[in-house]
Design a protein around this ligand. Structure first.
Ligand code: FDA
Length: 395
């Protein structure tokens, strides 16, 4: 029988952050993962450059059954704190857009940084290791591990950092939710989020014609909207604006697309008509929208003739169609491509300062397994760092 103060299940972003801080307080920390390498999602994130935080991250950028839950951890371990760690390790980074910070070189720099900090604190990492059994005891927990790191372990704290269900091919499992269920914690409904939307054949046939076209747009669902790029694909709609809205969209709801949302499009079309009335409507639209998109929209809506022939009423109708296009997705691409899982361990069962289960002393849940889901743009990693820090420093 081996003894540790803390066993952390999952060597992803949240687990490694927690390990660093639990160990820095002098505890014996073991972190285990069934994968053959730690931080696999960090490695593939941000196109290999890891969008590791967002300078503006705050609770308003997260979806949760309790919108206040994330405030404590995010407010005590901020993007600034993580940036300081990145700078301490000499990792070069840049802001891409909208406060999103990316590594200049590689996401692997972030993994190396976390492993380095873990090693300094004396954390033990066991890979290719599975959880066989977890039992509560008077003193803490008995943990039975299988695989390469097989052992019978006694510990005082168990931290569940197993992530969500997205990308099962990369090792995502429902273990965190199972452990929550085993100890009587509620798990809210989960669904794929930050995920492309799919469409019925009637709509898709059109999208296929313009697959690969990207355009800036405001995409809305109900009262929520995001101004970012939208991408037409052979499977439906993708791009940042669509991934963002997918977290808010529900079956049978429409989404609304507005191209050039900040412009007075009617005024722009009238000016274009005055400038040169001999151009076709499609050609004129191609000067303010991607050309293939302009041609597709003009064909689809039967906007033939020249700008000179178009009445003000017609131009107003074109402007309003371009800025209020309603489409009905039929679904999402699901966990196969989703960046995150919406929902998870119900925050009402957790202490927001420490991430400890209120009913089970010594049991903690951090990162994506918790019902706190960020927008696209570095917010989900910031939640992993902040919640990992909150648990690690509380242990
Ligand atoms: P994470 O999933 O990172 O870690 C969980 C760990 O638990 C994994 O190592 C897994 O192997 C292990 N595990 C699971 N089941 C287990 C079991 N049964 N036994 C043992 N171990 C088990 N976010 C962001 O802010 N910026 C970005 O750029 C991106 N980019 C991005 C790209 C892609 C393609 C994806 C899929 C996701 C992103 N994200 C992102 C989201 C981000 O990756 C995610 O929110 C965090 O990795 C969550 O951190 P966790 O530590 O909670 O889970």
């Amino acid at each position: 029988m081996e003894t540790f103060d803390t066993v952390i299940l999952g060597a992803g972003a949240a687990g490694m952050m927690c390990a660093i801080h639990a160990a820095s307080r002098g505890g014996r920390v073991l972190i285990v993962d069934h994968a053959k390498a730690p931080g696999e999602k960090i490695r593939i994130s941000g196109g290999g450059r890891c969008n590791f935080t967002n300078v503006g991250a705050g609770a308003r950028n997260f979806l949760s059954g309790n919108p206040h839950f994330a405030k404590s951890a995010l407010g005590r371990y901020t993007p600034r704190d993580f940036i300081a760690l990145v700078e301490k390790h000499g990792i070069a980074y840049h802001e891409k857009t909208l406060g999103q910070l990316f590594c200049d070189h590689s996401a692997k720099d972030i993994i190396a940084m976390l492993l380095d900090e873990m090693a300094r604190g004396g954390c033990e990492l066991r890979l290719n290791t599975t959880l066989e059994k977890l039992t509560k005891t008077d003193a803490g927990f008995d943990v039975v591990l299988g695989g390469d790191g097989a052992a019978d372990i006694q510990c005082r704290h168990v931290v569940v950092a197993c992530g969500g269900k997205s990308i099962p091919k990369m090792g995502a499992t429902g273990l965190g939710y199972q452990i929550a269920g085993q100890f009587g914690l509620t798990v809210t409904d989960t669904r794929a989020a930050l995920v492309p939307l799919t469409f019925g054949e009637d709509v898709l046939a059109g999208f296929r014609e313009i697959a690969g076209v990207a355009a800036e747009a405001r995409v809305s669902c109900g009262k929520t909207s995001f101004d970012e790029a939208l991408l037409f694909t052979h499977r439906g709609l993708s791009g940042p604006a669509i991934l963002q809205i997918s977290s808010y969209w529900r079956e049978k709801q429409p989404i609304r697309i507005a191209f050039l949302p900040k412009d007075d499009l009617f005024a722009a079309l009238c000016a274009s008509k005055r400038e040169n009335g001999r151009r076709s409507i499609g050609t004129a639209l191609g000067e303010i929208l991607p050309k293939r998109l302009a041609t597709y929209l003009a064909d689809r809506h039967g906007w033939t003739g020249t700008m000179g022939e178009a009445s003000d009423k017609k131009l107003a109708a074109i402007a309003s169609t371009l800025q209020d296009w309603e489409v009905f997705p039929i679904g999402t691409e699901g966990y196969r491509t989703a960046e995150v899982t919406l929902g998870g361990v119900d925050t009402s069962g957790l202490n927001s300062r420490t991430m400890e289960a209120k009913a089970i002393g010594g049991l903690y849940f951090i990162g994506e397994v918790v019902d706190v889901t960020g927008w696209l743009g570095g917010y989900n990693f910031q939640w992993a760092w902040s919640s990992g820090w909150a648990a690690g420093t509380a242990i």
